[in-house]
Design a protein around this ligand. Structure first.
Ligand code: SF4
Ligand code: SF4
Length: 312
Protein backbone atom coordinates (compact mmCIF):
# COMPACT_ATOMS: atom_id res chain seq x y z
CA UNK A 1 0.00 0.00 0.00
CA UNK A 2 1.34 3.39 -0.96
CA UNK A 3 1.29 6.16 1.66
CA UNK A 4 -1.49 8.74 1.18
CA UNK A 5 1.07 11.38 0.27
CA UNK A 6 2.26 9.33 -2.73
CA UNK A 7 -1.33 8.62 -3.84
CA UNK A 8 -2.20 12.31 -3.72
CA UNK A 9 0.92 13.09 -5.71
CA UNK A 10 -0.06 10.57 -8.40
CA UNK A 11 -3.50 12.20 -8.60
CA UNK A 12 -1.95 15.58 -9.43
CA UNK A 13 0.67 13.98 -11.72
CA UNK A 14 -2.17 12.40 -13.72
CA UNK A 15 -3.79 15.80 -14.15
CA UNK A 16 -0.44 17.31 -15.20
CA UNK A 17 0.10 14.46 -17.70
CA UNK A 18 -3.23 15.28 -19.34
CA UNK A 19 -2.00 18.83 -19.86
CA UNK A 20 0.51 17.68 -22.50
CA UNK A 21 4.32 17.70 -22.80
CA UNK A 22 6.10 18.04 -19.48
CA UNK A 23 9.56 18.35 -17.95
CA UNK A 24 9.67 14.54 -17.95
CA UNK A 25 11.06 14.52 -21.51
CA UNK A 26 14.03 16.70 -20.52
CA UNK A 27 14.47 14.63 -17.37
CA UNK A 28 14.73 11.44 -19.44
CA UNK A 29 17.60 13.01 -21.43
CA UNK A 30 19.44 14.11 -18.26
CA UNK A 31 18.96 10.69 -16.62
CA UNK A 32 20.27 8.89 -19.68
CA UNK A 33 23.40 11.06 -19.63
CA UNK A 34 23.91 10.10 -15.94
CA UNK A 35 23.39 6.44 -16.78
CA UNK A 36 25.72 6.62 -19.79
CA UNK A 37 28.52 8.02 -17.59
CA UNK A 38 27.92 5.28 -15.02
CA UNK A 39 28.14 2.64 -17.76
CA UNK A 40 31.02 4.19 -19.72
CA UNK A 41 33.58 4.26 -16.89
CA UNK A 42 33.66 0.49 -16.20
CA UNK A 43 32.87 -0.63 -19.78
CA UNK A 44 35.73 1.44 -21.20
CA UNK A 45 38.04 -0.03 -18.55
CA UNK A 46 38.73 3.43 -17.09
CA UNK A 47 38.10 1.88 -13.67
CA UNK A 48 37.01 -1.60 -12.69
CA UNK A 49 37.56 -3.56 -9.51
CA UNK A 50 37.03 -7.16 -10.62
CA UNK A 51 36.05 -9.24 -7.61
CA UNK A 52 35.54 -12.29 -9.85
CA UNK A 53 39.06 -13.14 -10.98
CA UNK A 54 41.07 -10.06 -9.99
CA UNK A 55 41.51 -8.58 -13.48
CA UNK A 56 41.36 -5.02 -12.19
CA UNK A 57 41.58 -2.10 -14.63
CA UNK A 58 42.72 1.50 -14.42
CA UNK A 59 42.77 3.74 -17.51
CA UNK A 60 42.33 0.65 -19.68
CA UNK A 61 45.44 -1.08 -18.27
CA UNK A 62 45.69 -4.01 -15.84
CA UNK A 63 46.18 -2.71 -12.30
CA UNK A 64 46.58 -4.13 -8.82
CA UNK A 65 43.72 -4.02 -6.33
CA UNK A 66 45.00 -0.94 -4.45
CA UNK A 67 45.30 1.14 -7.64
CA UNK A 68 41.90 0.06 -8.96
CA UNK A 69 40.28 0.85 -5.58
CA UNK A 70 42.05 4.21 -5.60
CA UNK A 71 40.63 4.83 -9.10
CA UNK A 72 37.16 3.90 -7.85
CA UNK A 73 37.40 6.30 -4.89
CA UNK A 74 38.70 9.15 -7.07
CA UNK A 75 35.98 8.56 -9.69
CA UNK A 76 33.31 8.70 -7.00
CA UNK A 77 34.89 11.83 -5.54
CA UNK A 78 34.86 13.51 -8.98
CA UNK A 79 31.25 12.56 -9.66
CA UNK A 80 30.29 13.71 -6.18
CA UNK A 81 32.29 16.94 -6.60
CA UNK A 82 30.43 17.72 -9.85
CA UNK A 83 27.05 17.29 -8.20
CA UNK A 84 28.29 19.29 -5.20
CA UNK A 85 29.29 22.20 -7.46
CA UNK A 86 25.97 22.09 -9.29
CA UNK A 87 24.35 22.19 -5.84
CA UNK A 88 25.97 25.54 -5.14
CA UNK A 89 24.23 27.03 -8.18
CA UNK A 90 20.96 25.15 -8.56
CA UNK A 91 20.57 23.42 -5.19
CA UNK A 92 19.57 19.74 -5.24
CA UNK A 93 19.06 19.89 -9.01
CA UNK A 94 20.88 16.56 -9.40
CA UNK A 95 18.39 14.90 -7.02
CA UNK A 96 15.46 16.21 -9.06
CA UNK A 97 16.84 15.66 -12.54
CA UNK A 98 19.90 13.39 -12.70
CA UNK A 99 19.64 10.81 -9.91
CA UNK A 100 18.74 7.33 -11.20
CA UNK A 101 17.21 6.37 -7.83
CA UNK A 102 14.83 9.34 -7.95
CA UNK A 103 14.01 8.46 -11.55
CA UNK A 104 13.10 4.92 -10.52
CA UNK A 105 10.53 6.49 -8.17
CA UNK A 106 9.14 8.43 -11.11
CA UNK A 107 8.90 5.28 -13.22
CA UNK A 108 6.79 3.66 -10.50
CA UNK A 109 4.54 6.72 -10.55
CA UNK A 110 4.38 6.54 -14.33
CA UNK A 111 2.85 3.06 -14.04
CA UNK A 112 0.06 4.48 -11.85
CA UNK A 113 -0.47 7.47 -14.13
CA UNK A 114 -0.42 5.53 -17.41
CA UNK A 115 -2.36 2.68 -15.81
CA UNK A 116 -5.39 4.95 -15.75
CA UNK A 117 -5.27 4.99 -19.56
CA UNK A 118 -5.58 1.25 -19.99
CA UNK A 119 -3.98 -2.11 -19.35
CA UNK A 120 -1.58 -2.03 -22.31
CA UNK A 121 -0.17 1.37 -21.26
CA UNK A 122 0.28 0.02 -17.75
CA UNK A 123 2.17 -3.03 -19.05
CA UNK A 124 4.42 -0.85 -21.23
CA UNK A 125 5.18 1.40 -18.23
CA UNK A 126 6.02 -1.68 -16.13
CA UNK A 127 8.40 -2.93 -18.84
CA UNK A 128 10.05 0.48 -19.20
CA UNK A 129 10.54 0.67 -15.41
CA UNK A 130 11.87 -2.90 -15.22
CA UNK A 131 14.28 -2.21 -18.11
CA UNK A 132 15.60 0.99 -16.54
CA UNK A 133 16.13 -0.68 -13.15
CA UNK A 134 17.93 -3.59 -14.87
CA UNK A 135 20.24 -1.20 -16.76
CA UNK A 136 20.97 0.80 -13.61
CA UNK A 137 21.77 -2.33 -11.60
CA UNK A 138 23.98 -3.62 -14.42
CA UNK A 139 25.83 -0.28 -14.50
CA UNK A 140 26.51 -0.49 -10.77
CA UNK A 141 27.66 -4.12 -10.97
CA UNK A 142 29.98 -3.45 -13.91
CA UNK A 143 32.16 -1.39 -11.57
CA UNK A 144 32.75 -4.53 -9.52
CA UNK A 145 32.78 -7.48 -11.88
CA UNK A 146 33.90 -8.26 -15.42
CA UNK A 147 30.73 -9.08 -17.43
CA UNK A 148 32.58 -12.04 -18.99
CA UNK A 149 31.83 -13.86 -15.74
CA UNK A 150 28.45 -14.76 -17.28
CA UNK A 151 30.16 -16.63 -20.15
CA UNK A 152 33.53 -17.75 -18.86
CA UNK A 153 32.78 -18.00 -15.14
CA UNK A 154 32.20 -21.20 -13.21
CA UNK A 155 28.64 -22.22 -12.49
CA UNK A 156 29.05 -20.94 -8.92
CA UNK A 157 30.36 -17.55 -10.12
CA UNK A 158 27.48 -17.21 -12.59
CA UNK A 159 24.85 -18.10 -10.00
CA UNK A 160 26.29 -15.62 -7.48
CA UNK A 161 26.45 -12.83 -10.09
CA UNK A 162 22.91 -13.43 -11.32
CA UNK A 163 21.60 -13.73 -7.74
CA UNK A 164 23.14 -10.37 -6.76
CA UNK A 165 21.68 -8.85 -9.92
CA UNK A 166 18.23 -10.28 -9.16
CA UNK A 167 18.27 -9.07 -5.53
CA UNK A 168 19.33 -5.54 -6.52
CA UNK A 169 16.80 -5.48 -9.35
CA UNK A 170 14.02 -6.58 -7.01
CA UNK A 171 15.09 -3.91 -4.49
CA UNK A 172 14.90 -1.27 -7.25
CA UNK A 173 11.49 -2.50 -8.32
CA UNK A 174 10.17 -2.44 -4.75
CA UNK A 175 11.59 1.05 -4.39
CA UNK A 176 9.55 2.15 -7.41
CA UNK A 177 6.31 0.77 -6.04
CA UNK A 178 6.62 0.99 -2.25
CA UNK A 179 9.05 3.67 -1.11
CA UNK A 180 9.42 6.14 -3.95
CA UNK A 181 10.34 9.62 -2.73
CA UNK A 182 10.13 8.50 0.90
CA UNK A 183 13.69 7.33 0.28
CA UNK A 184 14.77 10.83 -0.89
CA UNK A 185 12.99 12.49 2.02
CA UNK A 186 14.39 10.38 4.82
CA UNK A 187 17.11 7.90 3.82
CA UNK A 188 19.31 8.99 0.92
CA UNK A 189 22.67 9.92 2.48
CA UNK A 190 23.66 12.19 -0.42
CA UNK A 191 20.42 14.15 -0.30
CA UNK A 192 20.56 14.46 3.48
CA UNK A 193 24.14 15.65 3.27
CA UNK A 194 23.28 18.28 0.65
CA UNK A 195 20.48 19.49 2.86
CA UNK A 196 22.94 20.45 5.58
CA UNK A 197 25.81 21.85 3.54
CA UNK A 198 24.02 24.07 1.05
CA UNK A 199 21.32 26.66 1.03
CA UNK A 200 20.50 29.87 -0.79
CA UNK A 201 21.49 28.58 -4.21
CA UNK A 202 21.02 31.41 -6.73
CA UNK A 203 18.55 29.45 -8.88
CA UNK A 204 15.41 28.02 -7.36
CA UNK A 205 11.65 28.19 -7.33
CA UNK A 206 10.13 31.65 -7.24
CA UNK A 207 6.58 32.38 -6.15
CA UNK A 208 5.21 35.69 -7.38
CA UNK A 209 1.62 36.89 -7.29
CA UNK A 210 2.44 39.67 -9.72
CA UNK A 211 0.70 40.07 -12.11
CA UNK A 212 -1.74 37.28 -11.27
CA UNK A 213 -2.62 35.89 -7.85
CA UNK A 214 -2.38 32.41 -6.38
CA UNK A 215 -5.81 30.85 -5.89
CA UNK A 216 -4.61 28.75 -2.94
CA UNK A 217 -5.63 25.48 -4.60
CA UNK A 218 -2.84 23.50 -2.90
CA UNK A 219 -1.85 21.50 -6.02
CA UNK A 220 1.81 22.58 -5.77
CA UNK A 221 2.04 21.48 -2.15
CA UNK A 222 0.33 18.17 -2.86
CA UNK A 223 2.63 17.26 -5.72
CA UNK A 224 5.89 18.24 -4.02
CA UNK A 225 7.85 14.97 -3.55
CA UNK A 226 9.63 16.28 -0.45
CA UNK A 227 6.61 17.79 1.32
CA UNK A 228 7.47 21.46 0.88
CA UNK A 229 5.12 24.36 0.38
CA UNK A 230 6.57 25.89 -2.81
CA UNK A 231 4.78 29.19 -2.14
CA UNK A 232 7.09 29.93 0.75
CA UNK A 233 10.38 28.63 -0.59
CA UNK A 234 13.31 30.91 0.08
CA UNK A 235 11.55 32.94 2.75
CA UNK A 236 13.75 33.77 5.69
CA UNK A 237 12.97 31.79 8.78
CA UNK A 238 14.89 34.14 11.09
CA UNK A 239 18.54 34.58 12.09
CA UNK A 240 19.96 32.10 14.59
CA UNK A 241 19.58 33.53 18.11
CA UNK A 242 23.06 32.63 19.28
CA UNK A 243 24.99 33.87 16.25
CA UNK A 244 23.75 37.19 14.82
CA UNK A 245 26.44 37.14 12.12
CA UNK A 246 25.27 33.83 10.69
CA UNK A 247 23.17 33.83 7.51
CA UNK A 248 19.50 33.29 8.33
CA UNK A 249 17.94 30.09 7.04
CA UNK A 250 15.59 30.13 4.10
CA UNK A 251 12.61 27.83 4.30
CA UNK A 252 12.93 24.77 2.10
CA UNK A 253 15.77 26.10 -0.01
CA UNK A 254 18.17 23.29 0.87
CA UNK A 255 15.50 20.57 0.63
CA UNK A 256 13.97 21.60 -2.70
CA UNK A 257 14.97 19.24 -5.55
CA UNK A 258 14.33 21.90 -8.23
CA UNK A 259 12.30 19.17 -9.93
CA UNK A 260 9.76 21.66 -11.27
CA UNK A 261 6.74 19.48 -10.39
CA UNK A 262 5.14 22.34 -8.48
CA UNK A 263 5.57 24.64 -11.50
CA UNK A 264 3.90 22.09 -13.75
CA UNK A 265 1.06 21.59 -11.27
CA UNK A 266 0.53 25.34 -11.12
CA UNK A 267 0.50 25.62 -14.93
CA UNK A 268 -2.02 22.79 -15.05
CA UNK A 269 -4.31 24.68 -12.64
CA UNK A 270 -4.30 27.72 -14.93
CA UNK A 271 -4.44 25.70 -18.15
CA UNK A 272 -7.91 26.93 -18.99
CA UNK A 273 -6.77 30.55 -18.55
CA UNK A 274 -3.84 31.11 -20.92
CA UNK A 275 -3.82 34.85 -20.18
CA UNK A 276 -3.04 34.22 -16.47
CA UNK A 277 0.66 34.06 -15.45
CA UNK A 278 1.00 31.15 -12.99
CA UNK A 279 2.63 32.33 -9.76
CA UNK A 280 5.35 29.62 -9.66
CA UNK A 281 8.42 29.56 -11.91
CA UNK A 282 12.17 28.92 -11.93
CA UNK A 283 14.23 31.99 -11.07
CA UNK A 284 16.44 33.80 -8.63
CA UNK A 285 14.99 33.64 -5.09
CA UNK A 286 15.68 37.34 -4.57
CA UNK A 287 13.24 38.09 -7.37
CA UNK A 288 10.60 36.63 -5.13
CA UNK A 289 7.64 38.94 -4.59
CA UNK A 290 4.49 38.38 -2.65
CA UNK A 291 1.09 39.99 -2.66
CA UNK A 292 1.99 41.61 0.68
CA UNK A 293 4.77 43.71 -0.77
CA UNK A 294 4.19 47.41 -1.22
CA UNK A 295 5.06 47.34 -4.90
CA UNK A 296 2.76 44.45 -5.65
CA UNK A 297 0.31 45.20 -8.39
CA UNK A 298 -3.37 44.87 -7.80
CA UNK A 299 -4.19 41.18 -8.36
CA UNK A 300 -6.07 40.46 -11.55
CA UNK A 301 -9.58 39.11 -11.35
CA UNK A 302 -9.40 35.33 -11.41
CA UNK A 303 -12.28 32.94 -11.03
CA UNK A 304 -11.71 30.16 -8.53
CA UNK A 305 -10.46 27.03 -10.29
CA UNK A 306 -10.90 23.46 -9.27
CA UNK A 307 -9.27 22.59 -5.93
CA UNK A 308 -6.84 19.63 -6.01
CA UNK A 309 -9.45 17.26 -4.64
CA UNK A 310 -11.35 17.74 -7.85
CA UNK A 311 -8.31 17.14 -10.03
CA UNK A 312 -8.24 13.45 -10.84
S1 SF4 B 1 9.23 22.75 -4.12
FE1 SF4 B 1 8.76 22.32 -6.28
S2 SF4 B 1 10.74 22.08 -7.27
FE2 SF4 B 1 11.09 21.94 -5.04
S3 SF4 B 1 11.00 19.74 -4.62
FE3 SF4 B 1 8.95 20.57 -4.27
S4 SF4 B 1 7.90 20.24 -6.23
FE4 SF4 B 1 10.10 20.02 -6.65
S1 SF4 C 1 -0.55 25.48 -7.60
FE1 SF4 C 1 -0.28 27.66 -8.12
S2 SF4 C 1 -2.33 28.53 -7.73
FE2 SF4 C 1 -2.32 26.53 -6.70
S3 SF4 C 1 -1.64 26.99 -4.59
FE3 SF4 C 1 0.22 26.51 -5.76
S4 SF4 C 1 0.94 28.51 -6.45
FE4 SF4 C 1 -1.17 28.81 -5.84
Amino acid sequence: MLPLKEKDRVRILSAVARKGPSYQTIRIVVINISLAILLFIPLSGTVRVDIWRGHHLLFGEPADLAKALGGFIISMAILYGLTFLSNMIVGRFFCGWGCPVGFVSRLGEEVDVKGKKGRSKRVISHLAGAGFVATFVAAVMLWWVDPRVLIEGSMKARIITLSVFAILWLGGYLHAFRWRFGFCRTVCPIGLYYRYVTSQAPIGIVFSEVPDPCIECGACETICPVNLDPKHLGEFTGAPQDDPDAEPDRYGDAECLRCGDCIEACRMVFKAKPDVVPPLRFGHPENKKSGDEDDAAEPAETEPLRPPTAVS
